[in-house]
Design a protein around this ligand. Structure first.
Ligand code: SF4
Length: 226
C-alpha cells in the first residue's frame, strides 16, 4: 500500500467528530476538486505492506477508532479491504472517507463509510457512482461539501430525490474551506458562511447535519497531520 501519513489525533468531521482516532492517509486520487486541501496526497507516498500498516496502527493504542482517508483510499481496494477485514476481526471500529466515485460494494458492512457526493462547485459534480447508494447502511454518512448557493441547491435536491432523509442525522452539509486560508482559526476561511448555510437549512427544513471541520478550528487551518 502507498501511504502519505499515519498518525493519531481527534476526528474532525462526521458524527464521530471529537473522538480520538488513528488516521491512515493513503496516496493517490483520481479526482481534482477545486477546493481540495489534500493535494499533497496526489503523488508519492511510501510503500508498506498491509501487515506493516496494521502493526503501525497497533502501536497507537489505546485508540481503537481508525479512519482510512486520502487521497482516495478505494484506489488501493485490493489491499485495503483485506486489511479492514482483519482489523474488524480484532475489534477495531473503522471509518472510510471516500469521494463516492469508486464502487463501494466490496467494503465490509461494519465499516462506517463517509461518502462524498461532489457538488458542482468542486468541478467534479458528475463523479458520484450512483449504485453506491445501495451499499449504504444506517451507520454510514453522506457528505456534501458546499461552496455556494448552487451547491446547496444541488445537495438539497439530491437529498430529496434519493430519500436520504432515511439516513436521519447522517447527511452532512459542510462548508468548503478556501485553499489559501489565513492562520486564523476562523469561519472567515469558509467559502460559504456557515451562518448562511444554517439559514438555508432551516428555511428548507432539511434533515441534514451542519458539519464543520473542527481540526481547522483547533489548529491553524493549513496544519497537516492533525
Ligand atoms: S476527492 Fe478528496 S483528495 Fe481527491 S481531489 Fe477531491 S478533495 Fe482532494
Amino acid at each position: 500500500m502507498y501511504l502519505i501519513e499515519l498518525y493519531k489525533s481527534v476526528q474532525g468531521e462526521s458524527s464521530f467528530a471529537g473522538l480520538p482516532c488513528v488516521f491512515v492517509r493513503l496516496a493517490g486520487c483520481n479526482l481534482r476538486c477545486s477546493w481540495c486541501d489534500s493535494e499533497y496526497t496526489f503523488q508519492g507516498g511510501y510503500r508498506q505492506t498491509s501487515e506493516e500498516v496494521e502493526a503501525a496502527i497497533e502501536k497507537l493504542a489505546p485508540v481503537r477508532l481508525v479512519e482510512f482517508t486520502g487521497g482516495e483510499p478505494m484506489l488501493q481496494e485490493r489491499e485495503l479491504v483485506p486489511l479492514m477485514e482483519r482489523l474488524l476481526q480484532r475489534g477495531y471500529e473503522l471509518m472510510l472517507e471516500t469521494s463516492g466515485e469508486r464502487p463501494l460494494a466490496a467494503v465490509p458492512r461494519a465499516v462506517h463509510k463517509i461518502v462524498d457526493v461532489k457538488c458542482p462547485g468542486s468541478g467534479e459534480g458528475a463523479s458520484f457512482h450512483l449504485p453506491n447508494l445501495a451499499a449504504l447502511t444506517s451507520a454510514d454518512e453522506v457528505k456534501f461539501v458546499l461552496s455556494n448557493r448552487r451547491d446547496y441547491e444541488f445537495a438539497r435536491d439530491f437529498l430529496r430525490a434519493h430519500s436520504l432523509e432515511t439516513l436521519a442525522g447522517n447527511v452532512l452539509f459542510s462548508p468548503a474551506f478556501t485553499k489559501t486560508p489565513s492562520p486564523e482559526r476562523s469561519a472567515e476561511n469558509c467559502l460559504l458562511d456557515p451562518r448562511q448555510l444554517v439559514d438555508w437549512m432551516l428555511e428548507d427544513g432539511l434533515a441534514a447535519r451542519l458539519s464543520l471541520q473542527i481540526h481547522k478550528f483547533v489548529w491553524a487551518p493549513a496544519t497537516k497531520g492533525v
